[in-house]
Design a protein around this ligand. Structure first.
Ligand code: KG4
Ligand code: ZN
Length: 349
């Protein structure tokens, strides 16, 4: 056997930080052998948002099935796995704990290394799955339901956060506005669809900028502005168009994201830009980013929608590089609900 040929690394990855119970088997950080997602969305829709206690209970109910399905679809046994990876933060503590406890139990029983992964690191790594040529350094914008981060990916597992939201996350703003205009939960995909029928110039919502922090965001102003607009219409007894509001709100958010992204691209002389997280599947954001990047001769990366929203394949992709860097966690690994990107595990909190 040629000793220069590196052995394949198979990671079993688990993700349970919010309302998706997910497991995947990923080869060498880039090839997804299976990606099983049990979405709890229908369950939480009844309440208009994620109910943490219900999420944890459902994770407990589904996690074994989801892991078994991931292994069987990949056609591998636990014996053939090189490491067990799990999201240990940030996220809902009760939800994270289910995945962490499960991963520890499997890793211990199967005598495999345990690799705790940061959820945002996973979202960024989702871009590696379908883009074999993508390697750090690059700039990334992570826009999800819980996070809005501008990140310089300096190397695998090495990040420099250059900006973040001061209040609501981008996806949170989509969800709140969707609820206000009667589209329901989850708001992002519904606004995306409804906006296609509307006029993005119909209502002028504010483009928020944060003084002296060019890469920070604030989405609570645009959300309040939508609420004020609706209340104004109601008081005057005027009808408003759901589609026009959806399109105008979406334009206000994407304008800010694209403008800041291009500002960063210029300042950091980036030639690659990646978007990640649930909101990265927004069709208007993708189109606007694509156009802006093409104009500057920059390559834009984004994952397929299934790898944008929460999944375990992205955790397996990130875990591969952590594994290669020597990251191994002990049986004391605990959920860290407010884990910072790039932070090393400091023990139970
Ligand atoms: O990444 P994700 O699954 O979970 C978190 O880590 O938070 O992101 C979920 C968020 C939700 O707020 C959802 O409304 C938003 O992503 N989202 C979208 C779209 N699809 C999902 N927002 C805008 N347009 C979409 N097509
Ligand atoms: Zn997420």
């Amino acid at each position: 056997m040629n000793e220069n040929v590196e052995k394949d690394v198979l990671i079993l990855a688990i993700e349970s930080s919010c309302d998706e119970t997910a497991a995947a088997v990923v080869k060498n950080g880039r090839t997804v052998l299976s990606n099983i997602i049990y979405s709890q969305i229908a369950l939480h829709t009844l309440y208009g948002g994620v109910v943490p206690e219900i999420a944890s209970r459902k994770h407990i109910e589904k996690i074994n099935q989801v892991i078994e399905a991931a292994l069987s679809e990949a056609g591998v046994t636990l014996k053939e796995i090189d490491g067990v990876a799990v999201t240990y933060g940030p996220g809902l503590v009760g939800a994270l704990l289910v995945g962490v406890a499960e991963a520890k139990a499997i890793a211990y029983a199967a005598k495999k290394p345990l690799i705790g992964v940061h959820h945002i690191e996973g979202h960024i790594a989702a871009n590696f799955i379908e883009n074999p040529e993508l390697e750090p350094p690059f700039l990334a914008l992570v826009v999800s339901g819980g996070h809005t981060h501008f990140v310089r990916v300096e190397d695998y597992g090495r990040f420099d956060i250059i900006g973040r939201t001061r209040d609501d996350a981008a996806g949170e703003a989509f969800d709140k506005v969707a609820r206000a205009i009667g589209l329901g939960y989850p708001g992002g995909p519904k606004i995306d669809k409804t906006a296609k029928e509307g006029n993005p110039e119909a209502v002028s919502f504010p483009r928020a900028h944060v003084e002296e922090a060019p890469y920070d965001f604030s989405f609570s102003g645009v959300k309040s502005s939508v609420l004020n607009y609706i209340n104004g219409c109601r008081m005057k007894g005027e009808e408003y168009s759901q589609a026009d509001i959806a399109a105008s709100f979406q334009k206000a958010v994407t304008d800010v994201l694209v403008e800041k992204a291009m500002h960063a691209v210029e300042e950091y002389h980036a030639d690659k830009f990646a978007i990640a997280g649930g909101v990265a599947s927004n069709s208007a954001l993708r189109a606007a980013m694509q156009e802006a990047c093409e104009r500057r001769g920059i390559k834009l990366y984004y994952p397929s929608p299934v790898y944008c929203t929460d999944n375990a394949a992205m955790i397996g992709a990130a875990a591969y590089y952590e594994y290669k860097n020597g990251t191994r966690h002990g049986w004391d690994l605990n959920a860290v609900p407010n884990l910072k990107l790039g932070e090393r595990y400091k023990g139970a909190v």
